[in-house]
Design a protein around this ligand. Structure first.
Ligand SMILES: Cc1ncc(COP(=O)(O)O)c(C=O)c1O
Length: 377
């Protein structure tokens, strides 16, 4: 149906072989592949990181809030412009979500300034999102949160491999939570990683991942344990070996794939700069290495987004919206969320174009010419 779709997997025979090898091995969950994936992920992030592979990023975020013992009466500051997982996990531990606005119309991330505006005596944690793969200004955010004794959780769903001043995103806060959902920079279908430099928190996260049990099925299989204790209450947020094996192959490909995304975004930016009716965010930011998870643009107020999406569709170009504002969803209409004018305005005018590592420059050009035609009609 689509000439250029929003996302395509960066898979080849290596991924097929990796899954087949696991199936043939007879060991399907939390085994050597999972351990290997966790070790390789920690190595990618840099010294001192403990990586714990989990079912998905939402599970990782939920575990982070549980490990930090957030509860009713606590406020957690989250970006106003993000995926619904961030608000859902806060509400599901009984805490109150408070929204931080985007820094500006160029930098759509939250910043120390927009977080500070929401801090109260009840603020216990902040979740930051490195939107579209662009790192937040972590130096300022970390020093603000330290000064106020507030935990920092990084939602790194958009940004595996991204760096701020040379340091990997996901290693600044108390926890980093990654997504390996199908359309992410590193895809396994459903999967995630929770990362921390604090060994006590890492142990808590391991218990939360698997029923609080002190020994896993693998330990018993290997003869390392006969039975187990339950150290605390926990969940089943484990990953399986097929996904861990996919993760290992995808991790090998990550830096080349991210570099390819950069080439494609540079083509988009060069072709779209100066086009009337749109603007491109995240231009000329200092100290960061983006991994270009998505390519978002902002439409001028006069442009009818639904109509434009329809015109692009007629040309076979798929587009998407990141993200509808929380107060447009039934579940959050009446919960007293604070206003965030910049994020709400961006949410009403944002449009995301196709981007994936195997996309060609010719496909970028097709998207751009379809957009230019649509804007001049
Ligand atoms: C910013 C952000 N946070 C969290 C998630 C949730 O990730 P998962 O689907 O792995 O639970 C996503 C996924 O789309 C996301 O984009």
């Amino acid at each position: 149906m689509w000439k250029v779709q929003l996302f395509k997997l960066n898979f080849d025979e290596q991924e097929s072989q990796a899954v087949k090898d696991v199936v043939d091995s007879g060991w399907l969950t939390m085994g050597e592949k999972t351990i290997g994936f966790e070790e390789a992920f920690s190595a990618m992030l840099g010294e001192g990181s403990n990586s714990i592979a989990v079912s998905n990023c939402t599970a990782a975020l939920h575990m982070a809030l549980l490990a930090l013992e957030l509860k009713a009466g606590d406020e957690v500051i989250i970006p106003a412009l993000t995926f619904v997982a961030d608000i859902n996990v806060v509400r599901l531990v009984g805490a109150t979500p408070v929204l931080a606005d985007c820094e500006s119309y160029n930098d759509w991330n939250v910043s120390a300034k927009t977080i500070k505006a929401q801090i109260t005596a009840k603020t216990k944690a902040v979740i930051v999102v490195h939107f579209a793969g662009f790192p937040c200004d972590m130096d300022e955010i970390i020093s603000l949160c330290k000064a106020h004794n507030i935990y920092v959780i990084e939602d790194v769903a958009h940004a595996p491999g991204a760096k701020y001043k040379g340091q990997s995103c996901g290693t600044f806060g108390d926890f980093g939570c990654f997504s390996f959902f199908t359309n992410k920079n590193l895809s396994v279908g459903e999967g995630g990683m929770i990362v921390t430099k604090n060994s006590e928190l890492a142990q808590k996260a391991k218990y939360l991942r698997s029923h609080g049990m002190t020994a896993l099925t693998l330990d018993r299989h290997k003869g390392r344990a006969i039975t187990y204790d339950v150290a605390q209450s926990g969940l089943n947020y484990r990953i399986d070996e097929m996904r861990a094996a996919l993760g290992l192959v995808q991790l090998e490909k990550l830096s080349k794939a991210n570099a390819q995304r950069k080439v494609l975004v540079e083509r988009y930016v060069a072709s779209l700069k100066g086009v009337p009716g749109i603007s491109i965010p995240f231009l000329d930011l200092d100290n960061i290495e983006s991994v270009y998870h998505i390519f978002p643009i902002l439409l001028d107020k006069a442009i009818d987004r639904v109509n434009l999406i329809g015109k692009l569709k007629e040309d076979g170009i798929q587009s998407s919206i990141h993200y509808p504002a929380f107060n447009t969803f039934t579940a959050f209409k009446d919960i007293g969320l604070n206003d965030c004018p910049v994020a709400e305005d961006i949410a009403s005018r944002e449009l995301t174009f196709p981007l994936y590592p195997t996309m060609t420059l010719a496909e970028v050009d097709l998207v751009v010419s379809s957009l230019k035609n649509a804007l001049t009609q």
